[in-house]
Structure formats: C-alpha cells, structure tokens
Design a protein around this ligand. Sequence first.
Ligand code: FES
Length: 95
Amino acid sequence: MAVEWCICEKRHFSELQHEAEARGWTTVEQLIEAGLCGTNCQFCVPYVRRMLRTGETSFEVGEGDAAPPDSPGDASSAAPSVSPDPTSDLDPPQT
Ligand code: FES
C-alpha cells in the first residue's frame, strides 16, 4: 500500500508538489502554514518533507523522512521508536 495523500486535507502529494513549485516553497512548514497538508494528524509530514527533497510522490509506509539506504546514521528517522514513558501520569494498576 502506497502513501500518496494527505488524507486529512484530501490532497495528493503531486498536487502539493505542484503548489510548492508554483509558489517557490521548499519546506513542509510552508505547506502546513498555507493549510494544504499537515494540519491535523501530521502523518503526511515526513512524506511531504521527503517529496520536497526528492520529487517522489509515492512512498511505502514508513519510508517518509528516512534517508536512502546508502546513507548510514540516518535510518533512525524512518520510524521513531516508542517506549514506555517512565514519567507517565497514569497510576499503576491496583492490586
Ligand atoms: S494526513 Fe496530513 S494531516 Fe493528516
């Protein structure tokens, strides 16, 4: 399954790319400020960022902002790891 849309704003990445080129924008923050993508869940943000960098408009899930496989040291940006938050406000389970 390919990632090709900002689902929240119902805009295909090719449309976002066209808008960015037409306005001379080079950052995803400019598209977000204009309300064209990334205004809600922000799932699309790393993909749009990569689109602006590479010109690609279709990605595999998790490909987003990841560096190409031949760029060592940047692979951790592909999918942030999730670990339990030791400072969580949640109470421990009652026994
Ligand atoms: S998919 Fe773009 S803001 Fe939700």
